[in-house]
Ligand binder design. Structure first.
Ligand code: DAH
Length: 343
């Protein structure tokens, strides 16, 4: 038989032998029989010596090619055996009726939730949410907000200073300035974020807390817009029957200025012996007012053309009222037993 036919017959013979080699031992025996030192290939190689010298190199190459083919057949068979072994193993061990181990689910922190819900409300009304730096200049925190260096209101902010002109922001109001410097009117933004003050920690104070700032400036913007937006925010956070009222106050960056109260969610405004509002029926939630003309001028807006309102609320305060929490430190103790109740 010609060498070529001999080699193809060998490949065919191996193919059929491999179909009945069901494990690695059978495979190894075949490997020895075909490729081993005294196997079928070796036998064929021996025949090369009998060929005329000029045919030997071609014959050698054909045999080497055939060996590569046989090795590929063995590799495929080997892989088949391994796969069958794995299938059998899975069949034996995989119990699809076994319960999965449940991963513990996290939940949003009440502060995060309150920020998100307030922002969602404003976004629905076309406001943009901006974030700003927690370290900011005295110009953004005070000067441009109509609080000059000698103004007593600066002291009231009890700030942490990094340099005489740089501090951890004690409120989110500096973002009013940054936003108006970055965008021409009309503008409608809210800014949630962390603030810092030199306060001793107790049931009502933290030295790091959160505020949400709101600002709307444009032609014809008036106090009614402020009232409407804040009433809506309180209804979003506390319930559909909330009302707000404004008490005259003072902030250097607004004129007129007002403290914002909302009907006490604890007693629905009924008061008497309510522990949330102390009987008044109202809860104070922040400060607000019409943006002072000096603030508009400081950012290059024309107070004769545009007007605006602004407000600032403490998020912890909103969340304490919302979830009926008596101690602000609950938010940073992060006891799972506390957080799970609000999840
Ligand atoms: N920034 C003030 C504070 O932290 C709160 C505030 C009052 C913000 C009046 C305002 C505002 O935007 O109009 O005490």
């Amino acid at each position: 038989m010609a060498l070529h036919d001999q080699l193809s017959a060998l490949a065919a013979e191996l193919a059929s032998a491999l179909t009945s080699a069901s494990d690695e031992r059978a495979l190894e025996e075949l490997r020895i029989a075909y490729l081993g030192r005294s196997g079928k290939i070796t036998e064929i190689r021996r025949g090369i010596g009998k060929l005329p010298p000029d045919e030997r190199p071609t014959a050698g190459k054909s045999i080497n090619d055939a060996v590569a083919g046989l090795e590929a057949q063995f590799a495929a068979a080997q892989q088949g055996i391994e796969l069958r072994k794995l299938d059998a193993e899975l069949e034996r061990t995989l119990d699809v009726t076994l319960w999965n181990v449940p991963a513990p689910l996290g939940s949003f922190h009440p502060i995060r939730k309150t920020i998100d819900d307030a922002c969602t409300y404003f976004v629905r009304h076309g406001f943009a949410v901006l974030l700003g730096p927690e370290v900011d200049t005295t110009r953004h925190n005070f000067d441009a907000l109509n609080i000059p260096p000698d103004h007593p209101a600066r002291e009231g902010f009890d700030s942490f200073y990094l340099r005489p002109d740089l501090l951890l922001r004690p409120h989110t109001s500096p973002m009013q300035i940054r936003a108006m410097e970055a965008y021409p009117p009309p503008i409608a933004i809210v800014v949630p974020g962390k603030c810092y003050r030199r306060d001793a920690v107790d049931a009502r104070h933290l030295y790091q807390f959160n505020q949400i700032e709101g600002l709307q400036v444009g032609e014809g913007i008036h106090f009614g817009h402020l009232r409407g937006m804040l009433t809506g925010m309180c209804r979003e956070l506390f319930g559909p029957r909330q009302e707000v009222r404004f008490r005259p106050s003072f902030f250097p960056f607004t004129e007129p200025s007002a403290e914002i109260d909302t009907t006490c969610p604890g007693c629905g405004g009924g008061g008497e012996s309510c522990r949330t509002c102390g009987g008044s029926g109202w809860i104070e939630i922040g400060g607000s007012g019409m943006v002072h003309p000096n603030v508009l001028r400081a950012v290059g807006y024309d107070p004769d053309v545009v007007s605006g309102w602004a407000f600032g609320c403490g998020i912890e305060r909103l969340a304490m009222v919302r979830y009926d929490i008596g101690d602000i430190r609950e938010f940073i103790w992060n006891e799972p037993s506390f957080l799970e109740q609000l999840a």
